[in-house]
Design a protein around this ligand. Structure first.
Ligand code: NAD
Ligand code: IPM
Ligand code: MN
Length: 356
């Protein structure tokens, strides 16, 4: 690796600071084992940023991110900022940073860890072989329409997708599927929504140019059902912004907990990517030292792989997480007793053991 790599840390709210601190331990352990220096700088986002500056994504935070090689984020939001009449909300910070950095693709891999089969609410035989990748469109759709909320009688959001937006995300899904099982499931609601009929048509056109890929279309409602009845049959699942958000939380629970699912938000490669767990700020357990840091630690592994091209280092983190779980250490959400820092320390120690 050439030179010191810069990583922006955006801990955010709720459990965000607790879990990012554990991912930093993993990155430091990787740096030590593989001889890399990571320069990590912290900046506020979300509710913490609103409290400090009045804005959910301060200019200085965005500037730090732009000047970094990669970004690691905890989570934003919480009851303190949930006033429905508020002009600024923590979640806007997240949407703004995704949009500002052009991070149109959100990759959310779901894989069952060996030894955790019984942590899933689904029967062991349904979980066997689950290995799917959600590819969620992240800078378009109903999240970025033209909302109107005036008065108390009516409010509206608009759902727009353009053909180029659909094309680039389905292209990426096909490319990723080509390196996996070669199957893409495209999610829509083409039986009701015009924007989703466009989505389906463009997806078919893109897949037609990839003969190595098999494409199927699934309506989002029955997909929600299939995800729990036959999860092992899916490979790459591509969806618009909101359907991808909802289905990936459902998918996360297949592995036993939301606390295990990492994500990478990527653009065209010209700037940094953003890495974060798919779960939120978990206000119900914030400050108690019991949050599961593994999704954030696994997000740090994705950061090393996708932004810094450090594949062996990424694997070292993933193997350390597997080894810690195989040893039987479990955080609360997986039915165990281990606290946030105990989990993080155990992963960092495993990474260090790889040296010997
Ligand atoms: P959530 O994901 O924060 O929590 C849902 C449930 O899962 C809670 O019971 C929580 O305790 C548990 N949970 C989540 N992460 C966990 C972890 N790492 N370890 C153990 N348990 C964990 O969703 P929510 O409660 O619907 O939302 C809370 C806040 O988070 C809201 O303000 C929401 O907007 C925000 N949010 C932020 C992000 C993000 O920053 N990317 C994502 C989702 C939700
Ligand atoms: C996520 C979250 C965000 C989203 C919210 C907090 C804006 O749920 O990252 O999945 O809906 O994208
Ligand atoms: Mn979500």
């Amino acid at each position: 690796m050439n030179g010191t790599k810069k990583i922006a840390l955006l801990p955010g709210d709720g459990i965000g600071p607790e879990i990012v601190a554990e991912a930093v331990k993993a990155l430091e352990a990787v740096g030590e084992r593989f001889g890399h220096g990571f320069e990590m700088s912290e900046a506020p986002i979300g509710g913490a940023a609103i409290d400090q500056t009045g804005a959910p994504l301060p200019e200085e935070t965005l500037a730090l991110c732009r000047a970094s090689d990669a970004i690691l984020l905890g989570a934003v939001g919480g009851p303190k900022w949930d006033d429905p009449t508020a002009k600024v909300r923590p979640e806007q910070g997240l949407l703004q940073i995704r949009k500002a950095l052009g991070l149109f693709a959100n990759l959310r891999p779901v894989k069952a860890f060996p030894g955790l089969e019984d942590a899933s609410p689904l029967r062991r035989e349904r979980i066997a072989g689950v290995d799917l990748l959600f590819v969620r469109e992240l800078t378009g759709g109903i999240y970025f329409g033209a909302p109107r909320e005036e008065g108390t009688e009516e409010a509206l959001d608009t759902l727009v997708y353009t053909a180029p937006e659909v094309k680039r995300i389905v292209e990426l899904a096909c490319t990723l599927a080509a390196g996996r099982k070669g199957h893409v499931t495209s999610i829509d609601k083409a039986n009701v929504l015009a924007s989703m009929r466009l989505w389906r048509k463009v997806a078919s056109d893109v897949a037609a140019a990839h003969p190595e890929i098999t494409l199927e279309h699934q309506l989002v409602d029955s997909m929600a059902m299939r995800l729990v009845t036959e999860p092992a049959r899916f490979d790459v699942v591509v969806a618009g912004n909101m359907f991808g958000d909802i289905l990936s939380d459902e998918g996360a629970v297949l592995t036993g907990t939301l606390g295990l699912l990492p994500s990478a938000s990527l653009g065209d490669g010209s700037g940094p990517g953003l890495y974060e767990p798919i779960h939120g700020s978990a206000p119900d357990i914030a400050g108690k030292g019991v949050a599961n840091p593994l999704a954030t630690i696994l997000s740090a592994a994705m950061l090393l792989r996708h932004d810094l091209a450090l594949e062996a280092e990424a694997k070292a983190i993933e193997e350390a997480v597997s080894a810690v779980l195989a040893d039987g250490l479990r955080p609360r959400d997986l039915g165990g007793e281990a606290g946030t820092s105990e989990m993080g320390d155990a992963v960092a120690a495993k990474i260090g053991e790889g040296e010997r």
